[in-house]
Write a protein that binds this ligand. Structure first.
Ligand SMILES: Nc1ncnc2c1ncn2[C@@H]1O[C@H](COP(=O)(O)OP(=O)(O)O)[C@@H](O)[C@H]1O
Ligand SMILES: [Mg+2]
Length: 327
C-alpha cells in the first residue's frame, strides 16, 4: 500500500500541483486534521490515502467513509457503532468506523453532506477525542487522524445554515486545495502517458496517441478532471483496434469541439461559435458539474439546476453525456 500511494504514482509537475504535494509532505508527519477541497475527480481521495500511508500511522488502518452514501440514521451507526438493543432492529452490537480506525486515519469523504444532527457529535470527537456508540454511555477514545474532503464550498454552507461554523474551523485546520485539471493543463500530457502505460500493461496492448489527438486532449476542459481522463484513456485502450489513436477515435465528448476551452479552429470537429452554441456548451458543462457534485443522483442534480429529472434526462441524452466516463 505504501508503495502504491507513494509520490511516484501521483502525477503532476505544474506549479499548482507541486505546491499541493509539498503541503502533503509537510503535514503527513503530523497528526493535524486536514480538509481536502476541490472538484470531483481532482484526486482528493488519492491524496487522503497518501497522507495516511506517508504518516507514522501508516501501519494502522485507513478507514474511508462516504458521508453522502448513507441515510442520516445509518451514518451515525456507521461512524460511531451501536450497542445491541439501542433501537428496534439493533440486534447485535457493531463497531463504528471511528473505532475501526484506531491508531490509524479516518477519511470522511463528502463531509459537506453530513446532517446537522451528526455534526455536533463529530465536533465532540474532534474537540475531546471521545465518543459513544449509539445506545451506550461508555466513552471510547478516538485515537485517529481525521482527514475530510468536499467538493462543496463549505463556507457557503455555513452561511446557509447547513454546516456548523465551529465544526468547519475544527476540520479546516490545514486546508489543501486540489486544482482542477483546467488549472493545470500542462499536466494533461503527463497524465495521459501515465494512464496509457498503465492500461496498456493491464490490457496487454500497445496503444499510442497521435499528436493531433493529444492536442484535443490538452484543449478539452475536463469537467470530470483526472477521473474523466483516466476513464477515457481506459476505454480508448480497450476499444481501439489500431495502435495509434487519431482524433476521429476520440469519444464524442472530447472530439466535439463544444467542450474545448480553446477556440482554435484546427479540427474537423470544430463548429462555428454562434451564441446558441456557446449557450449549449455552458448548459452541458453546468449539467456535468451538477451531476458530479451530487454523486450522479439525477433527481438531486436536477433540483440543484432548477429543472425536472425528466428535463435533465433529456439533456443528458441530447449532449451525449456519458455518465460512466465521469464516475
Ligand atoms: N495526480 C494524479 N495522478 C494520478 N492519478 C490521479 C491523480 N489525481 C487523481 N488521480 C486518479 O483520478 C481518479 C479520481 O481521483 P479521486 O482521488 O477519487 O478524486 P476525488 O476524490 O477528488 O473525486 C482516481 O482513479 C485517482 O487515482
Ligand atoms: Mg472522491
Amino acid at each position: 500500500m505504501k508503495e502504491r500511494y507513494s509520490l511516484p504514482n501521483i502525477i503532476g509537475e505544474s506549479e499548482k500541483f507541486q505546491s499541493v504535494l509539498k503541503a502533503v509532505m509537510k503535514v503527513a508527519g503530523t497528526d493535524t486534521t486536514v480538509l481536502l477541497l476541490g472538484e470531483s475527480g481532482t484526486g482528493k481521495e488519492l491524496i487522503a490515502r497518501t497522507l495516511h500511508y506517508q504518516s507514522h500511522r501508516a501501519k494502522g488502518p485507513y478507514v474511508a467513509v462516504n458521508c453522502a452514501a448513507l441515510p442520516d440514521n445509518l451514518l451515525e451507526v456507521e461512524l460511531f457503532g451501536v450497542e445491541k438493543g439501542a433501537f428496534t432492529g439493533a440486534t447485535t452490537s457493531r463497531t463504528g468506523r471511528f473505532e475501526l480506525a484506531g491508531r490509524g486515519s479516518i477519511f470522511l469523504d463528502e463531509i459537506g453532506e453530513i446532517p446537522l444532527g451528526l455534526q455536533a457529535k463529530l465536533l465532540r470527537v474532534l474537540q475531546e477525542r471521545t465518543f459513544e456508540r449509539v445506545g451506550s454511555s461508555r466513552s471510547i477514545k478516538a485515537d485517529v487522524r481525521v482527514i475530510s474532503a468536499t467538493n462543496k464550498n463549505l463556507l457557503e454552507e455555513v452561511k446557509q445554515g447547513n454546516f456548523r461554523e465551529d465544526l468547519y474551523w475544527r476540520l479546516n485546520v490545514v486546508p489543501i486545495v486540489l486544482p482542477s485539471l483546467r488549472e493545470r493543463k500542462r499536466d494533461v500530457p503527463l497524465l495521459l502517458n501515465y494512464y496509457l502505460d498503465k492500461f496498456n500493461k493491464t490490457y496487454n496492448k500497445r496503444v499510442r496517441i497521435s499528436g493531433d489527438a493529444l492536442s484535443i486532449f490538452s484543449e478539452y476542459s475536463w469537467p470530470g478532471n483526472v477521473r474523466e481522463l483516466a476513464n477515457t484513456v481506459e476505454r480508448l485502450v480497450i476499444m481501439t483496434e489500431k495502435d495509434m489513436i487519431a482524433p476521429e477515435d476520440l469519444p464524442f465528448n472530447l472530439a466535439s469541439a463544444d467542450t474545448r476551452i480553446s477556440t482554435k479552429k484546427n479540427s474537423c470537429f470544430y463548429e462555428e461559435h454562434t451564441l446558441g452554441h456557446e449557450v449549449q456548451n455552458l448548459e452541458r458543462e453546468r449539467i456535468i458539474r451538477a451531476l458530479m457534485e451530487h454523486n450522479y443522483i439525477q433527481h438531486r442534480a436536477a433540483r440543484a439546476l432548477g429543472i425536472t429529472p425528466r428535463q435533465l434526462g433529456y439533456r443528458i441524452k441530447k449532449y451525449g453525456i456519458e455518465l460512466q466516463n465521469l464516475k
